[in-house]
Design a protein around this ligand. Structure first.
Ligand SMILES: Cc1ncc(COP(=O)(O)O)c(C=O)c1O
Length: 437
């Protein structure tokens, strides 16, 4: 076990913060508790320095997808520092939010209005509130992951494992009012039959169709057509959750490239390059219902979020960042493929570029924990997922793949000798979000 600054802070965190962190995916037990550094002192580009002064190249999940340009991006920081110095909160409103509304509508010409919040899950709740306010109806049919709030977790009230096929399994609906049972009905991505079943379960009480534009696969044109046709026939909004997918494969929502025509779209993560901002954009007929609902919060008016978003978008568009992200992710994908062949691992490689992952066909958690542990020794933060950032260079990828080669080589030997577990100096990574003690 670590006996250093990081270990001391982790011990305190477990006592003082239930669940240890505010985003469960940043818990060390997701990677290898005992070796994963967990806390950072500084982050710049793709470099992260931990509390013990050790610096790593980040080839893991890049701020869980929030820092699409890289850590402490100079252009975004400059814009944020400027508004901090001019006052980041006051009695009056920040004009940057109006500019951001204009900018997002310019990039998504189908949209006419925008609202802002500060995190992804709450922005999805706002979108759902607007849709329910507009229709006077309650039921939401959805696929994919949409955050921590009641409307979504309600899906697990009826059938405990309803959400298991939607990215994160085992989500606990404790604390969600049981009265919400049946108000959120899941359907499988690209599965027209399952979608139509959800539509019929919602019946005349359908308020909205909610989905991510893609997660592991691209949508089929038939699936998109049935979704559009149903939204039109039932006169309900199609809400596309771009929180993870947006500002990766093109300048704005992935739906622009895939052929979806939403009525609302929701952004966060990449939008602020790590500063807190989320946006709900939409057609006027649905967005104006926000005026007849009560949707308001003090910190949604602070100025750093929209200033960061404007600077991020400016840089993303003018540097053709999406092309770079796709190129970097492609290099890593191909590198994993080659190494998988070399060591006969039979890795499953998936996700959508630039957010990709690999999985071992057996003993996945054990083998990736070994991988993480050994990559840390070689100066990399690495797990089975990789989120490309603009700050990653081809040279960085070459160094990373070289380290992967060495570590996969050692892993292959240990697998042959059936002694991988014995090599671990930490707990095996956990897939879910169980209690942490
Ligand atoms: C598609 C999608 N929706 C919603 C969320 C929740 O966003 P946040 O963690 O900012 O609340 C996430 C987070 O990973 C996401 O990927």
């Amino acid at each position: 076990m670590l006996k250093n600054n990081s270990a001391a802070v982790q011990e305190k965190a477990v006592r003082l913060i239930p669940g240890m962190t505010q985003l469960l995916s940043k818990r060390p037990d997701r990677f290898g508790r005992g070796v994963w550094p967990t806390y950072y002192k500084e982050a710049k580009g793709i470099l992260i320095t931990d509390l013990d002064g050790k610096t790593y190249l980040d080839f893991s999940i890049g701020g869980i997808g929030a820092t699409v340009l890289g850590y402490a991006d100079e252009d975004v920081n400059r814009a944020v520092i400027d508004v901090i110095q001019k006052g980041s909160a006051s009695t009056l409103n920040a004009p940057e939010e109006v500019k951001l509304a204009e900018k997002l509508i310019e990039l998504h010409p189908w949209a006419e209005m925008a609202r802002f919040a500060r995190s992804g899950g709450e922005a999805m709740s706002i979108a759902v509130r607007i849709a329910r306010a507009a229709s006077g109806k309650d039921k939401i049919i959805f696929c994919g992951y949409h955050g921590w709030t009641d409307w979504y977790l309600a899906a697990n009230l009826g059938k405990k494992e309803a959400l298991d096929e939607h990215w994160i399994a085992g989500l606990n609906p404790n604390g969600v009012p049981k009265g919400l049972t049946g108000t959120a009905v899941p359907f499988r991505y690209n599965d027209i039959e399952d979608f139509l079943l959800a539509v019929s379960q919602a019946g005349d009480d359908l308020a909205a169709i909610v989905m991510e534009p893609l997660r592991n696969f691209e949508p089929t044109q038939e699936f998109i057509a049935v979704i559009h046709d149903t939204a039109k026939r039932k006169n309900v909004p199609l809400i596309i959750d771009e929180i993870s997918a947006g500002f990766r494969i093109c300048n704005g929502g992935a739906h622009l490239k895939l052929g979806f025509q939403p009525d609302m779209a929701v952004f966060s993560k990449a939008l602020g390059n790590g500063f807190p901002i989320s946006a709900i954009i939409g057609r006027e007929w649905i967005m104006k219902s926000a005026q007849d609902a009560f949707i308001t919060s003090t910190n949604w008016t602070e100025r750093t979020g929209p200033a960061a978003a404007l600077a991020m978008i400016d840089k993303f568009v003018s540097n053709n960042v999406s092309a770079h992200l796709l190129h970097i992710a492609d290099m890593v994908w191909k590198g994993w493929e080659e190494l998988s062949k070399k060591y006969a691992f039979g890795l499953h490689i998936g996700g959508f570029k630039p957010l990709i992952h690999f999985a071992f066909p057996e003993n996945h958690l054990l083998y990736t924990t070994f991988f993480t542990q050994e990559m840390l020794k070689m100066g990399f933060l690495a797990g089975s997922g990789f989120y490309a950032m603009y700050a990653h260079t081809e040279k960085d990828v070459e160094k990373y793949l070289c380290a992967c080669d060495a570590v996969f080589g050692r892993l292959s030997e240990h697998i042959k000798n059936n002694n991988v577990e014995k090599q671990l100096k930490c707990q095996t990574a956990q897939a879910g979000f169980g209690r942490i003690n």
